[in-house]
Design a protein around this ligand. Structure first.
Ligand code: GGG
Length: 347
């Protein structure tokens, strides 16, 4: 089984290195690794954020462990060369349309949450974010209005096949959990959301064991901080999912805790922390590696058939937190590698 390691920019290499140490410690037979440059690192070396060698490795690999992309030195480049295009390109090229972002409260972290302890402790939800459509991939550009003003535009679009496949993904996930699915849209304003809602309702007829509800995205944002315990699985579009999952991360203590899996229709996946490259703390050993370590656990579970090893990692993260291990984002002083050590000790 080949794992592509794509650490990327900023804190990406630091957090991926800790996840690799944990994978190595598990000594799972038959795992091989190859790494490649991506994002700003790809641009600086090869002139492109997603160099052909990197894309070809990602295609060949059985799974991809990704760090983060984003580099302020690239801020003035044209959009197609910016680091973020690497992750968008990988998602599109590899058809990784289903992004699973679990947000579960580790009870030991309730004090780090922005919410009251009793509200925070009830959080165990999964955001299923569509990844291949929406305003991210619609036509975009800059034009002039009739009176000469510059006008930027990004077209938001979804076709019914795109909505149908993510709806199936979400219903299946809900079926394997507590059987509740909340579809989040803005159907009172957006045509894309009206289609989204129609298709989700149609797909629901195949999952009569799942209780479906609908919520406007503005209300969902409010409910996530008011009563997040009401949610089991949330399914939503690319942009709304991006925003809501960052919000959910603060409810469980830190964006440094949220892992993700981006899956195609056959279970091939890219696994990454939901956080970005955090250039302000890059190279200082301050980043929390737990989201990447937990992403590696998702990789073992979903793409590599190693559920037991995944359970071991998740249990070790819980144990490390219970022992008081805390990086700065969680209110502590531990370094990135010390947090890695704490997980290794708990394995
Ligand atoms: N590890 C996540 C990451 O690097 N995110 C940077 C990024 O540009 N993400 C785009 C998105 O997910 O919407």
């Amino acid at each position: 089984m080949l794992i592509a390691l794509l650490p990327g920019d900023g804190i990406g290499p630091e957090v991926v290195a800790e996840a690799k140490r944990v994978l190595d410690a598990l000594a799972i037979p038959g795992l091989a690794y190859e790494d490649a440059l991506v994002g700003g690192a790809g641009y600086h070396e090869y002139g492109h954020p997603l160099p052909p060698e990197t894309l070809s490795l990602a295609r060949r690999a059985d799974a991809i462990l990704f760090g983060a992309v984003g580099d302020p030195r690239c801020d003035t480049l044209e959009r197609s060369l910016r680091p973020e295009q690497a992750i968008l390109g990988l998602r599109k090229e590899l058809n990784l349309f289903s992004n699973l972002r679990p947000a579960k409260m580790f009870p030991e972290l309730a004090d780090a949450s922005t919410l009251r302890r009793e509200v925070a402790e009830a959080i165990d939800l999964l955001i299923v974010r569509e990844l291949n459509g929406d305003v991210y991939f619609g036509e975009k550009g800059m034009r002039r209005t009739e009176d000469g003003l510059r006008e930027g535009y990004d077209i938001m679009s979804y076709n019914e096949a795109e909505v149908r496949r993510i709806a199936h993904s979400a219903f299946r996930a809900a079926r394997a959990r507590r059987g509740l699915l909340c579809s989040v849209d803005k159907a009172n304003v957006l045509e894309t959301s009206q289609l989204w809602r129609d298709i989700v309702i149609e797909v629901a007829t195949e999952y009569t064991d799942v209780a479906l509800s609908h919520m406007y995205v503005d209300n969902a944002a409010m409910q996530l901080v008011r009563n997040p315990g009401q949610f089991d699985v949330i399914v939503t579009g690319n942009l709304f999912g991006d925003i809501l999952s960052d919000q959910a991360s603060m409810c469980v203590g830190s964006i440094g805790m949220l892992a993700s899996a981006s899956l195609d229709a056959n279970g091939k996946g890219l696994y990454e922390p939901i956080h970005g490259s955090a250039p302000d703390i890059a190279g200082q050993g301050k980043a929390n590696p737990l989201a990447t370590i937990l992403s590696a656990a998702m990789m073992l579970r979903f793409s590599l058939g190693q559920a037991e090893a995944a359970d071991r990692i998740e249990a070790a993260v819980g144990k490390a937190l219970a022992s008081g291990a805390r990086t700065a984002d969680l209110g502590g002083t531990m370094s990135t590698s010390a947090m890695g050590d704490a997980v290794l000790a708990a394995l």
